[in-house]
Design a protein. Structure first.
Length: 393
């Protein structure tokens, strides 16, 4: 897997390593309409910055179709109802593609406005597979690994851990992503360990609930036989993890990329036995040199380290669209869409991307597993799911 990723990543970093060239003519505008402030800021601000680095690299190589790229950003304040307005504002400034929020629920309104204008909408990391042809429209793409792949990956990882034969499942119901993640974990886990291996399940709403004392009580009573907790969480992570650990629940906790980030770790300074799948390590220890180099460039440009690994998906959203433009030889959205639908392990910063006319999201790309011990994160290694159930629409 490591050698495969290194191979597909070589082309992605060639932009940054190429010699300077001068792009001429009117700039090609890329719009960003996402939550630069509010709930999604840790995801969306980083993705916008990743997109800015991609624009820098493409311009350093001579631009796209011989023209420079220009990034225009509008803040939705993490309010889905403001998405269409933000999208229309960047479209009015000439945007040929619009990067929307890192979530189906938050990003779909801006994406719908974008495709209604006949332009490509890219989500940096909306992982619910409805973000695409079926749930938004044929001009919508996302650089996320679908929850089908994420859930299966985590189930297979858990099944390999010694003693992890019983699970308690906790699901945030605030967004479609977390519901879909738990559903796909559950499906693959039952395949591997059987229905009886789930000793309990509970829910909360991360956007509305500040306390989960009831859920913790039920976890303690019903989950006495649990060997680990599958945590499908989204926001307010620090408070939730602190409540769980303060209640004396010291079981291993397994989570996915929505719980990545340095923005909440201070709330649980000695976090341990916490396992997570991420797109990239922000802790200076990513095993892939090209991603480590990217993180160093990010820190140099923005004078602070990345807060979430999702910054790389903002880069690849621009990168993938630019590859589509180059293959199409045009800014025509239908031609770009057709070109992107031919991607088969297309070499990008984070690895190979594959799209089809029916599916504008990756199903089986790898993620990096990490483990927290005493508040410090170490890399376990990248892996992809071996068995993934296709989305059902």
């Amino acid at each position: 897997m490591k050698h495969l990723l290194a191979a597909v990543g070589a082309a992605a970093l060639s932009i940054a390593l190429a010699g300077s060239a001068v792009a001429e003519g009117d700039p090609i505008v890329i719009g960003v309409a996402s939550g630069q402030t509010g709930t999604l800021a840790p995801w969306d601000q980083g993705a916008a910055r990743g997109a800015e680095l991609a624009v820098d690299d493409i311009n350093a190589k001579g631009g796209l179709l011989g023209r420079p790229l220009k990034l225009v950003v509008r803040d939705t304040k993490s309010d889905p109802s403001l998405g269409p307005t933000a999208a229309l504002e960047v479209l009015d400034e000439g945007a040929e593609m619009v990067l929307v929020a890192c979530d189906y629920d938050f990003g779909a309104p801006a994406a719908l406005a974008t495709i209604s204008a006949g332009k490509i909408a890219m989500a940096s990391c909306a992982a619910d597979p409805k973000f695409g042809v079926q749930g938004v429209g044929p001009l919508a793409f996302t650089m996320a690994l679908a929850t089908n792949g994420q859930g299966a990956l985590l189930a297979e990882f858990a099944a390999e851990q010694a003693g992890w034969d019983k699970v308690y499942i906790m699901q945030d119901t605030a967004i479609e992503y977390t519901k879909s993640l738990c559903e796909n974990f559950r499906k693959r886990w039952v395949d591997l360990k059987g229905e009886d291996s789930i000793v309990g399940e509970d829910t909360w709403n991360g956007l509305n609930d500040n306390a989960i004392s009831g859920q913790i009580s039920r976890m303690k009573s019903a989950g006495g036989d649990a060997k680990f907790v599958m945590w499908c969480g989204f926001t307010n992570n620090g408070s939730m993890m602190r409540q769980v650990r303060s209640a004396g629940i010291d079981l291993p906790i397994l989570a996915s990329e929505s719980m990545d980030g340095s923005h909440w770790i201070e709330a649980v300074p000695d976090l341990s036995d916490f396992y997570i799948a991420v797109y990239a390590s922000i802790w200076g220890n990513d095993p892939e040199p090209r991603i480590q180099t990217f993180m160093e460039r990010y820190k140099e440009k923005f004078n602070e380290p990345a807060k979430m690994g999702h910054v790389v998906t903002g880069y690849t959203a621009v990168e993938a669209w630019a590859h589509g433009v180059e293959k199409a030889g045009s800014l025509d959205a239908e031609a770009i869409k057709a070109a992107m639908e031919t991607f088969n392990n297309e070499p990008l910063l984070t690895g190979g991307a594959t799209f089809t006319p029916e599916l504008h999201i990756n199903l089986t790309s790898p993620m990096l597993m990490m483990k927290a011990t005493g508040g410090k994160f170490e890399s376990i290694g990248r892996r992809a799911a071996q068995t993934v159930y296709p989305p059902q629409f």
